[in-house]
Write a protein that binds this ligand. Structure first.
Ligand code: SAH
Length: 417
């Protein structure tokens, strides 16, 4: 992204969804009493709450939302294929959802990150976190001068060009790259889209700087937008406890925790992940930071942990950060068993006084339930285990009080007897 003068944005073929306030625009009528969550400023309208839609809006178009009694409740992005049938842009019926409205939302979200980005801690942050920033369906992560975005809803898709322009207009941004290949797009009836939106292509050696460490960001091929920004507080927690410990990093991805642990004086390190390409980046991260991250094992974590247990291995610090095991409430039962198995194996591998950092990034699993699952695991392992800290998604992944669904990442810092 060295040169921001090469404009290579594509021309939109999407019907423009703006001027929602014009006469004849579409209206979504709610079922009786279904306006309650909206009056509490919760942004989702489920399909079951919709009485009828007037005006045949296209996917992503802005609809006026009315209560059953006709009260105007605001404007929403229409998603006909999704169970979440509409997402509120605004609860003020006299707002106009147009280019400048959408661009201003993006700019305001990015401005809120100046708290973090001007702290000197890092040059990388999530700039826009979808509903949590009033831009439903837009995820935008910044790594230095590069912004990687995901458009996950019909509404965001309809505003693609405006969103791309708004991100490219942010100070110091040289490149906007799209990674709209998350599974959630299927639920919106959207095909994957990946590629450059604005500026010159992202650097192949793009690096996120954080707390004096350097992490390679694989924009085109990595998970999510290339790096797990949401584990920033986790990385700080690892740094605080790693010195002198034998460390096991399970679901290591590109080894960010391993690099930190090595830099902070871990006595030995084993990182496990099923992705060979992720482990190759972990090796690169080790050399970028001039540390030895020890063994990188490409394996299924469940199998590998059982193998370590059977060989009676012991660790002083275990990091357990599995992928999202429950996408929906319906998958929660099965996921609960998987979390229990993993944590049971991990607790068994803890040396006396050992520390386990364990996470769930499933939004459907509450901190309360997660703690119960982990408590069951410790009980089965016949170990006394104490909570000595709790971990959450960091400040650039905010949780609006009116939208608790934005909270998805939770972790426990545990110490065994
Ligand atoms: N802790 C990492 C992020 C982990 S993301 C960080 O801070 O960067 C979850 C990781 O789990 C991914 O890298 C994925 O490749 C890996 N994974 C998914 N299923 C797995 C399995 N069954 N066994 C081992 N690794 C798995």
């Amino acid at each position: 992204c060295a040169d921001r003068h090469q404009y290579r944005g594509s021309v939109s073929t999407t019907p423009h969804p703006s001027s929602s306030a014009s006469p004849g625009s579409a209206t979504l009528w709610l079922q009786p009493s279904r306006e309650r969550s909206l009056t509490r400023r919760h942004p989702w309208i489920f399909s079951g709450g919709v009485a009828r839609v007037e005006g045949a809006p296209a996917p992503g178009h802005t609809v006026l939302v009315r209560g059953a009694d006709g009260t105007q409740l605001g404007w929403a992005a229409y998603s006909p294929a999704s169970q979440i049938r509409a997402r509120m842009w605004t609860f003020a019926a006299d707002d106009t959802v147009d280019d400048s409205f959408v661009a201003a939302r993006v700019a305001a979200a990015a401005a809120r990150r100046s708290l973090l980005l001007s702290s000197g801690l890092t040059d990388s942050a999530r700039l826009v976190f979808s509903e949590a920033d009033g831009v439903p369906g837009l995820i935008a992560d910044r790594y230095g001068d590069t912004v990687v975005c995901q458009l996950t809803t019909a509404g965001a898709e309809a505003w693609r060009e405006v969103l791309a322009d708004a991100l490219f207009a942010l100070p110091g941004v040289a490149c906007v790259y799209e990674r709209s290949d998350a599974d959630v797009r299927e639920r919106e009836g959207l095909a994957p889209r990946v590629g450059l939106l604005r500026g010159s292509p992202p650097a192949t050696d793009l690096v996120a700087h954080e707390s004096g460490h350097r992490f390679a960001v694989d924009v085109a091929g990595g998970h999510k937008t290339g790096f797990y920004l949401d584990q920033r507080d986790g990385r700080a927690a690892v740094a605080a406890v790693a010195a002198g410990r034998r460390v096991l990093n399970v679901f290591s991805y590109t080894g960010a925790f391993s690099v930190i642990a090595a830099a902070c004086g871990a006595s030995s390190l084993l990182s496990i992940d099923s992705s060979g390409p992720a482990l190759a980046v972990a090796a690169r991260n080790a050399s970028l930071n001039d540390v030895d991250v020890g063994e990188l094992m490409e394996a299924d974590a469940f199998t590998a942990l059982r193998g370590l247990r059977d060989r009676a291995q012991q660790y002083d610090l275990i990091l357990l950060d599995p992928p999202k095991l429950a996408n929906t409430e319906r998958q929660l039962d099965k996921a609960t068993r998987a979390y229990k198995d993993l944590n049971l194996l991990a607790v068994k591998l803890l040396a006396p006084g050992g520390v386990l950092l364990t996470w769930s990034c499933s939004g459907a699993m509450s901190m309360d339930l997660f703690q119960k699952v982990v408590a069951g695991a410790a009980l089965d392992a016949k170990r006394d285990v104490r909570i000595i800290g709790r971990l959450h998604q960091p400040s650039d992944h905010p949780v609006p009080l009116a939208f608790p669904e934005a909270e998805y990442l939770k972790g426990l810092v545990l110490q065994a007897d």
